[in-house]
Design a protein. Structure first.
Length: 321
């Protein structure tokens, strides 16, 4: 079968042929892949930098997809932990990690939105419980996942949502997605910290896609601006777009009630993630939560890897294209 194949971590995947995988075990089936999203996580797998990468080549990238069974059933599924990925004409599906989609669902729309939506959906449902009238800061709200996080936080009951990011064009979109306030992270760090403290000093939860210097400056800004420093601040670390490490002064942990946690593979069980798929898929299929998909045929995978997307877009590869 045809697939996207990574043979070097220094080059984009190429359109190539590989052996068709064979189901193993009572819960595995083979499906025709209709749409597979090109997510940041897929890119980090393909260049060998993701924390779960094992360095083994060649590999077929892709962590999730929408596929059709031989009986015509439409499924959204998360790829098995071992075996080839989803950017191929066919893929293995573990029925325990799949959700049946309603007839007529747009496969490309679901493939585009499930992964970026899943990060904040799982974080806000599995890692914390939003208190009534909660205030949420999305750090890194200019990206696709961050934009969805703004919408999801509101959808799950947050009363006040602040979106912070660096891209002015994308920040301008956030009020239309439910953000009550936006904060630019551009400029002098002290001035940025002051803006964050004034807008989100009373936040209950931070959904952090940035980490690195952005989080390092934001933490003290928020905590020192809090009217009540004993009020818990749940800092959920999801992505590290701005850097993999921070310096965290010990005094900051004593001076305020900061609770740092991660949300991802390992910090949330596979069963816990899978349990959230049906409800999120239903919201996306209904059009309540969505991103703007840019569908490209799998045969153009090299070009897709280097395509610059517009604000709010997510590339989706379509093996049938």
């Amino acid at each position: 079968m045809h697939a996207a194949v990574v043979r070097s971590f220094d080059r984009p995947p190429r359109f190539d042929t590989v052996d068709t995988p064979r189901p193993a075990g009572e819960h595995q089936i083979l499906v025709d892949v209709l749409a597979a999203g090109l997510h940041p996580r897929v890119r980090s797998d393909a260049n060998g930098t993701h924390y779960t990468a094992d360095g083994v080549l060649p590999l077929v990238p892709g962590i999730d997809a929408v596929g059709r069974t031989a009986e015509g059933e439409l499924l959204y599924f998360v790829a098995p932990d071992s075996g080839p990925g989803t950017m191929a004409e066919r893929a293995l599906v573990d029925r325990c990690r799949a959700v049946t989609l309603p007839p007529g669902t747009d496969p490309v729309a679901v493939a585009a939105a499930m992964n970026p939506g899943m990060s904040s959906w799982v974080a806000l449902r599995r890692r914390v419980t939003l208190p009534p009238g909660a205030s949420v800061l999305v750090l890194g709200a200019a990206g696709n996942a961050g934009q969805l996080a703004v919408r999801i936080a509101k959808h799950l009951g947050a009363a006040h949502v602040v979106g912070a990011g660096r891209d002015p064009e994308r920040l301008a979109l956030l009020p239309g997605l439910g953000a009550d306030e936006t904060v630019s992270l551009l400029g002098d760090p002290e001035k940025v910290a002051d803006r964050l403290g004034r807008c989100a000093g009373d936040a209950d939860v931070v959904v952090d896609y940035l980490w690195g210097p952005a989080a390092e400056h934001a933490m003290p800004a928020l905590l020192l601006a809090r009217p009540d420093r004993a009020k818990p601040l749940a800092w959920i670390q999801i992505g590290a777009v701005a850097g993999a490490e921070i310096t965290l002064p010990s005094a900051l942990l004593r001076a305020a009630n900061l609770q740092i946690m991660g949300s991802g593979q390992g910090s949330v069980t596979t069963a816990g993630i899978v349990a959230e798929l049906p409800s999120l898929a239903a919201e996306i299929a209904a059009g309540i939560l969505a991103v703007d998909p840019l569908a490209l045929p799998l045969s153009q995978v090299e070009e897709a890897w280097n395509t610059r997307t517009e604000p709010g877009q997510r590339i989706v590869l379509t093996p049938g294209g």
